[in-house]
Design a protein around this ligand. Structure first.
Ligand SMILES: [Zn+2]
Ligand SMILES: [Zn+2]
Length: 503
């Protein structure tokens, strides 16, 4: 066949399947050698290993990823490290060469990068944040919530092993789950196995902080959202199978009727709890994962297990629809799965089919989505003014180049934000000797009152270089070096949610 025609056909095929954007391919592959290092990059539809040669002792993260065709510096890229760390990869930071691998400033080896492609991805940590926020429980995790709502009750279902790709390929077998909508690919922990993935979901912290890094670990170093609820006097229950795989308060179930699975016993308990007084309920279904291990994910048995799981989710949804308690339902899987050479299901590798799990949610019984909170301006003022994020972004704003310097060196960027002076005017300060700003993480910084004077240059920023602030935002106080001195970065409070006039 004519080569040009072949090329056109391939292009046409890529356009039709629409998956070109997630199919990563190494742009160069230098093989092994003393001055090369390898790293794995996963996207929702592909896993690649890229081996690159470095000039000098390392390279910037975006330069490593630039060797992967298909990867783009947009959306989100997460970084996995060998100490159990999982965080947004910081473009611009330097990775060192270390015995054939890349490592970060702190010495942690980079195990892999995960890129969401054109889709919005989360990590399993968002499960805990979402549940805690819905019940107004104070929570230290900074993982973004899947949805913000005020609910009387939260029901969380763990669908063991239902990877994002499995659900996508078998969507006709899961009509109830699909009908929830709001389904997002969610990154599991590494290794993607039950106790490690589940711990990240129930605590809202990566393995490096929650203490569960491998199969043998059981002792959680962070409270689960169920435990937080219990501390606040709420009634909680975690319905499990026959194995107490974490040192947490869980109600285990055995296979009483001997049908090979405890899922029906767990489901029976769940339906009873839904008609009881519990405020937070978590139930963990295992049958799908067990069936995948025994028969493979392309077997009729597996399809049957998925269908049973989906109908159980459907029964829960039906129960919630007929209840008058406002309820947030959250679904998540702890990891995915793929077939090995013998056609049996396995998981545990840095492979997109294992690493991309899923989350979904639904609101029932009158629960409504609340707007993203923005900022409150108050304290010693005549008015307390509250802006949602959308309202805040529509206020008259200022765009300016600011240099922020930390011990890592200076960085100049273009910030868009609302002058502090304008914000305070609206709240009408009464007296005032200083200004205090609070972050969502519970940090606060006190500023001299002249920071609020007209023309001080202090702004509350919502965008950097034209893009919404993510990690540091959605809102951040930006103080120019002219006021704060050369090392101004540390007083530019991130994730600010409240500003007060102090008198
Ligand atoms: Zn599992
Ligand atoms: Zn398994």
């Amino acid at each position: 066949m004519d080569r040009r025609l072949l090329g056109a056909l391939i292009l046409l095929l890529l356009l039709i399947t629409g998956t070109a954007a997630y199919n990563l391919v190494p742009r160069i592959d230098e093989g092994g050698g003393e001055d090369t290092a390898s790293v794995i990059v996963i996207a929702p539809n592909s896993t690649v290993k890229v081996t690159v040669r470095a000039d000098g002792d390392g390279m910037r993260i975006e330069d490593i990823l630039g060797n992967v065709k298909g990867w783009e510096d947009n959306g989100t890229t997460y970084c996995y490290t060998d100490d159990g760390g999982l965080f947004r990869a910081r473009m611009g930071s330097f990775a060192h060469f270390d015995d054939g691998a890349f490592s970060l400033e702190g010495g942690e080896t980079i195990l892999g990068f995960a890129w969401g492609g054109g889709t919005d991805i989360q990590t399993l940590m968002s499960v805990s944040t979402t549940a805690a926020l819905a019940l107004n429980l104070s929570h230290g995790s900074t993982a973004p919530a899947l949805v913000r709502t005020d609910a009387d009750r939260v029901v969380v279902l763990e669908l063991d092993g239902l990877g994002r790709e499995i659900l996508k390929k078998n969507d006709v077998m899961a009509p109830n789950i699909i009908s929830l909508g709001n389904i997002t690919p969610a990154l599991s922990a590494y290794p993607p196995i039950t106790n490690v993935g589940t711990s990240m979901a129930v605590t809202g912290y990566p393995s490096s902080e929650n203490g569960i890094l491998q199969r043998a670990d059981h002792s959680l170093r962070k409270p689960t959202f169920l435990e937080l609820a219990s501390r606040h006097g709420l009634e909680e229950v975690w319905l499990e199978g026959d194995t107490q795989f974490l040192d947490a308060d869980m109600e285990t179930h055995v296979d009483i009727n001997g049908n090979g699975s405890a899922d029906d016993e767990i489901h029976f308990s769940l339906l009873r709890e839904l008609n009881g007084s519990a405020d937070v309920i978590m139930a963990h279904y295992h049958l799908l994962d067990d069936t995948g291990h025994r028969f493979g994910i392309n077997s009729g048995e597996y399809e049957g297990a998925l269908s049973i799981l989906d109908s159980r989710v459907g029964e829960v949804m039906q129960e919630l629809r007929s209840s008058d308690r406002s309820t947030l339902l959250v679904l998540f899987s702890d990891h995915g799965m793929h077939d090995d050479a013998d056609g049996l299901g396995v998981h545990g590798s840095m492979d997109h089919r294992d690493m991309f799990a899923m989350t979904a949610y639904g609101l029932f019984g009158g629960a409504e989505e609340s707007p993203e909170p923005g900022i409150v301006i108050g304290g010693s003022t005549e008015n307390e003014v509250e802006y949602t994020l959308d309202e805040f972004r529509s206020l008259p704003s200022l765009v300016g180049n600011y240099t922020l310097k930390s011990s890592g060196g200076p960085q100049t960027n273009r910030y868009t934000g609302v002058p502090l002076h304008e914000l305070l005017q609206e709240a009408r300060p009464v007296g005032g000797t200083s200004i205090k700003a609070y972050s969502v993480d519970g940090m606060s910084i006190q500023y001299p009152i002249d920071y609020s004077y007209e023309g001080s240059g202090v702004i509350v920023a919502y965008a950097m270089n034209g893009k919404d602030l993510t990690d540091d935002g959605p809102l951040r106080v930006i103080v120019p070096q002219s006021l704060a001195g050369e090392y101004n970065s540390q007083v530019c409070l991130k994730r600010v949610v409240r500003i007060e006039v102090v008198s």
